[in-house]
Design a protein around this ligand. Structure first.
Ligand SMILES: [Zn+2]
Length: 375
């Protein structure tokens, strides 16, 4: 499965997409509240099919206007609610909540209700006209910056916090692009202090930390926002500016992660990383962990390795990587977090803390003695 994302062009009728999302939110809101009421009344949980049956009743009786909404999108929404409750029952997630209207962001359509040609997608809106439901075909253009491959399985229309609309084409395309083998393996150690990623080759890669670099701007915008009257034009202007800045930060971070993953895949056949204990890190470091977004990088790296046919290994969380000497295996128990360099009392080799850890990770992933030495 591969998803392609395109931005909708600005045109006057994009407001209909917004209205459609708001209308779909009503369905979302209604069914969440309905489930909760049923629970309060001591009724059993109503699953997907039961919700569908109830929907049919509603359409016939009190909510005839819901007939105008794309039925596939409603079904998808009911399926999402059901999935959220199933997760809740399995104790995998919290109690499903109703989203606020402006937080309700996407609808999904399957095979019908739309038609795609070049950079134009025609959506079928239903409307009641002369005693009959008719289709109102509305064409939208989107910025097709790249071709898509495979057949489209679903489409999703999304509204982001900046008020822009995006088209997601979910295709069955399996993206593969095998790179020539290099015969090189690498261990990578994630770090918070000196470098984002330290490779067993001795290379240290810094993170641009977009949140940190934009913090000043963010603070001044937040201050400006708090000075404004809530709900006024100036306030809304500020809200949009903030949303745009947050989007920029997240894009900068993602861009760096993609480039780094590509670089690693080009240079190495096997990449060994550690399994991260993110909760522990968050407690220790706070905001910086979110800015570095280790998890996102690992997910991107996984995808890239699959695409380029590279082997990605994750050594488990309990493998000792920092304390053992990568040359002789001596456990240096006296090592503290502030020791960035140390000398092994056993064999006398001088270590950089992170590079030593990266080599240990590589050795844990590939049980071969690594002979790479660094000065
Ligand atoms: Zn040693």
């Amino acid at each position: 499965m591969k998803t392609y994302k395109y931005k909708f062009g600005d045109q006057s009728n994009t407001i209909r997409l917004g209205n459609l999302l708001d209308d779909m939110w009503q369905v979302h809101d209604y069914f969440h509240k309905w489930q909760r009421q049923r629970y309060k009344d001591g009724l059993p949980y109503a699953n997907d099919a039961a919700m569908c049956a109830h929907l049919t009743d509603l359409k016939r009786t009190t909510h005839p206007h819901w007939n105008a909404l794309p039925s596939q999108a409603i079904q998808e929404e009911l399926r999402r609610i059901d999935a959220a409750y199933v997760r809740f029952f399995k104790k995998l997630g919290g109690r499903p909540k109703t989203k606020k209207r402006h937080k309700f962001k996407s609808i999904t359509l399957k095979q019908t209700g739309w038609d795609l040609k070049n950079n134009r997608i025609t959506l079928n809106f239903r409307k009641w006209e002369r005693g009959k439901w008719r289709f109102d075909r509305v064409p939208y253009t989107f910025h097709k910056h790249r071709k898509f491959h495979g057949t489209i399985k679903r489409i999703t229309i999304k509204r982001d916090t900046c008020g822009d609309y995006w088209l997601y084409l979910i295709t069955d395309f399996v993206d593969t692009e095998f790179l020539p083998t290099t015969g090189q393996s690498v261990g990578a150690d994630f770090g918070m202090k000196d470098a984002y990623l330290t490779l067993s080759t001795g290379e240290k890669i810094q993170h641009p930390q977009p949140l940190k670099t934009n913090l000043k701007k963010l603070r001044s915008l937040n201050k400006a926002l708090s000075r404004k009257q809530k709900g006024s034009n100036g306030w809304w202007h500020c809200v949009r500016q903030l949303a745009r800045l947050y989007r920029k930060i997240s894009n900068q971070r993602k861009d760096f992660h993609w480039q780094l993953a590509t670089k690693l895949c080009k240079e190495f056949d096997t990449i060994v990383i550690e399994t991260l204990n993110l909760d522990g890190m968050k407690r220790l470091w706070g905001r910086k962990v979110s800015d570095l977004a280790f998890y996102q990088f690992v997910e991107i790296l996984k995808f890239k390795c699959q695409k380029h046919k590279r082997l990605l290994k994750q050594v488990d969380q309990w493998t000792a990587t920092t304390k053992p000497c990568s040359d002789c295996g001596f456990h240096n128990q006296n090592l503290t977090l502030s020791d960035r360099q140390w000398t092994c009392p056993e064999c006398g080799s001088y270590h950089d803390r992170d590079i030593n850890a990266a080599i240990n990770i590589l050795q844990a992933g590939i049980p071969v003695k690594v002979s790479t030495r660094y000065a």
